[in-house]
Design a binder for this molecule. Structure first.
Ligand code: ADP
Ligand code: MN
Ligand code: MN
Ligand code: MN
Length: 336
């Protein structure tokens, strides 16, 4: 019987790429090895000139489609040139290499994706008549119609992710009205990144049904309102066993701070200001329990003398393929 496979890929939009998708009707099996290579018009996605517009889609991960249901699938894909080498927008290819090089260290990631729900040009919970809601304070993990905006969208997204087999570890309402978070992981670098992109696609797709758009803008409202990040929690086997490795990893991130911040998402200077639970983008720091540091060591980790660290710098609009690659390269090199 014919099934629908929704192929998704990351486009060439600058400065921040978007996820795109289109449907292929297929009548063969739907395991990764059965799914055919496909293509798209790269001249419509800022990935190719019109005269040589074909780009190749190669499936890299497949999930049950929780929206269409049945045997239909979601297919995360990578973009190749027609000679089957990685397209320059294919940031996954470099992660494949880094993950293979340091696989013996067994790196794991849990990423906290913050986002903001918008309708009619303003975040949910911001008055339609203009102006601002009550200042931040009661919204984070709140309950009740005066504090929580968009819960049906969020619950529907949670449900869809779980039915797709995505390893969500939780959700919560955030500090600004209309702002939410979901966490993916802990998983390997490639799995967390593939699943994060699919979870983002599901968020945008479910938003359509509610007439609400989700933005990953790192600073959706100027002024005294929290930005949106993608705190990236990281460990290796050694870090899960001893505290020296935790410190080595945190120190290594400090030595490579500029490179990391430059690749943690467009507009990071506007978010990492030193206010709103951030450290300034141009000053590196780490500390136990410190939500004003670049890198936080959770108190439980100090207590247990092992565990993981939280890199608080990545923006909500970061590319998880790039963020996890940089963290693996920096920390695993230092720990090798
Ligand atoms: P926060 O207190 O910063 O809001 P969250 O509960 O939102 O923390 O997120 C913590 C994340 O850390 C989760 O995604 C979880 O999967 C991840 N995590 C837990 N243990 C590890 C580990 N050993 N290595 C990597 N990530 C981990
Ligand atoms: Mn969190
Ligand atoms: Mn958060
Ligand atoms: Mn966090």
């Amino acid at each position: 019987m014919a099934i629908r496979a929704e192929y998704m890929w990351i486009d060439g939009t600058e400065p921040t790429p978007n996820i795109r998708s289109k449907t292929k009707v297929i009548d063969k099996g739907t395991s990764l090895k059965d799914l055919p290579i496909w293509g798209f018009d790269g001249s419509s996605t800022n990935q190719a000139p019109g005269k040589a517009s074909d780009c190749v889609l190669r499936p890299v991960a497949v999930f049950p489609d929780p929206i269409r249901g049945g045997d239909d699938v979601l297919v995360m894909s990578e973009v190749l040139l027609t000679d089957m080498t990685p397209h320059k927008t294919n940031t996954r290819a470099a992660l494949v290499e880094a993950a293979a090089k340091f696989a013996d260290q067994e790196p794991l990631f849990g990423i906290e994706q913050e986002y903001t729900l918008f309708k009619g040009g303003r975040p949910l919970g911001f008055p339609e008549s203009g102006g601002f809601p009550r200042p931040q304070g009661p919204y984070y993990c709140g309950v009740g119609a005066d504090e929580i905006f968009g819960r049906p969208v969020v619950e529907s997204h949670l449900d869809a992710c779980l039915r797709a087999g995505i390893s969500l570890s939780g959700i919560n309402a955030e500090v600004m009205p209309g702002q939410w978070e979901f966490q993916v992981g802990p998983l390997s670098p490639l799995d967390v990144s593939d699943q994060m992109w699919v979870a983002r696609w599901l968020l945008h797709r479910i938003g359509e049904d509610y007439g609400v758009s989700a933005t990953l803008d790192p600073k959706p409202v100027r002024g005294d309102w929290n930005g949106a990040g993608a705190h990236t929690n990281f460990s290796t086997k050694a870090m899960r066993e001893n505290y020296d490795a935790i410190i080595t990893a945190a120190e290594a991130l400090g030595k490579n701070a500029e490179l990391h911040v430059a690749n943690y998402g467009h507009g990071i200077e506007g978010r990492l200001t030193g206010a709103h639970e951030t450290a300034p983008y141009d000053q590196f720091s780490y500390g136990v329990s410190d939500r004003g540091a670049s890198v936080r060591i959770p108190w439980q980790v100090e207590q247990d003398q092992k565990g993981y660290i939280e890199d608080r710098r990545p923006n909500a609009n970061c590319d998880p393929y790039t963020v996890t690659r940089l963290i693996v390269e920096t920390c695993c090199s230092a720990l090798a």
